[in-house]
Write a protein that binds this ligand. Structure first.
Ligand code: UDP
Ligand code: MG
Length: 316
């Protein structure tokens, strides 16, 4: 039996949330650009309608094209989940992602793909000249990129570009939810994939409005980054972190408690010493921390072999 699905060379995954005005222009330009990329034919375009409450789904449905596939969520789940479903459905050897708002020019696909062919696993578009509001987007985004580059050591300038091309194995290995779409290159890099970037042309938003850029999104992004870094460093050995922190607490608590005990035996009253409260606090929190680490170890241990995702590159 031949599996017809596996014949695509390129899958383009596009999450859309209330982008009704952009769609027809987007599809037209895309088809024009993709028709130039003959070596990547046949391709498929997978639109993930992320619970839009405008005419996005109706518009998509009205386009009768066998190359265009649609997955539609009943409600808005966020770009990361949309991309994740898209990756799961995609059957191409190469998977590309792009925003549905025409900001990522489809003309950038070709240079990204040729860079991928230079031996990389993921290539991301670097919006060197960004066409978004300065205070609302550009400056926060620069700060975000700086911090992520510094902390994660991933050698890229622009982590949040919607434009990416990657080999199928990258998309298969990373699991996205929440706001994790911002960290796709970090997740790939942490798993040992070769990542690269090239400057791309970025356009200003023609239709609709941006769904990102407010403070609460930024905060959630910070938590997600913490998750990414924690899982990378301690995901397989949580006790090393919790045990260390808990151990310090317990040690300090013990030292203070012993010191106070000596004073008490020398006849001093210690009931009114703030140090006593600190000692007790350190002992209790330290112990809690240690126990959390042990529980986390139990969780890691519960995972079956098949649930684990080893970064295997070659096997013979
Ligand atoms: N998007 C989505 N779900 C959401 C928010 C956004 O699928 O909850 C899509 C949106 O339709 C667009 C892409 O993700 O195709 C990027 O969103 P947006 O342009 O608002 O972000 P920005 O470019 O301003 O960072
Ligand atoms: Mg946009």
């Amino acid at each position: 039996m031949t599996i017809k699905q596996e014949t695509y060379r390129l899958s383009l995954v596009i999450p859309v949330y209330n982008e009704q005005e952009s769609l027809s222009e987007l599809i037209n330009t895309l088809k024009r650009e993709l028709s130039k990329l003959r070596e990547y034919h046949p391709y498929e375009i997978i639109f993930i309608n992320d619970g839009s409450n405008d005419q996005t789904l109706q518009k998509l449905k009205s386009i009768k094209d066998p190359l265009i596939k649609i997955v539609s969520f009943r409600r808005n789940l966020g770009k990361a989940t949309a991309l994740n479903i898209g990756f799961e459905r995609a059957t191409g050897e190469i998977i590309a992602t792009m925003d549905g708002d025409l900001q990522d020019g489809p003309e950038n696909l070709l240079p990204l793909l040729s860079k991928l062919n230079d031996g990389f696993d993921l290539v991301i578009g670097w919006k060197k000249k960004r066409h978004d509001s300065l205070l609302g987007k550009n400056i926060p985004s620069k700060a975000f990129n700086f911090l992520v580059r510094l902390i994660s050591q991933t050698p890229l300038h622009d982590f949040n570009s919607g434009l990416k091309v990657m080999k199928k194995k990258v998309a298969r290995e990373i699991f996205l939810y929440g706001e994790l779409h911002r960290f796709i290159p970090v997740l790939a890099y942490q798993r040992g994939f070769k990542v690269a970037e090239i400057p791309v042309i970025h356009h200003s938003r023609k239709y609709g409005k941006s769904k990102y850029g407010n403070l609460s999104r930024g905060l959630r992004g910070a938590f997600d980054f913490l998750t990414v870094m924690f899982l990378h460093s301690f995901g397989e050995r949580p006790l090393h972190l919790f045990g260390f922190l808990g151990g310090i607490g317990i040690l300090l608590g013990m030292i203070f408690a012993i010191y106070l005990s000596i004073l008490r035996f020398q006849g001093e009253t210690i009931g009114n010493r703030p140090l006593l409260i600190l000692a007790i606090l350190l002992l209790i929190t330290g112990l809690q921390m240690l126990l959390s680490g042990l529980i986390a170890e139990m969780l890691v241990n519960q995972r079956s072999f098949s649930d684990r995702n080893f970064p295997i590159d070659y096997e013979s």
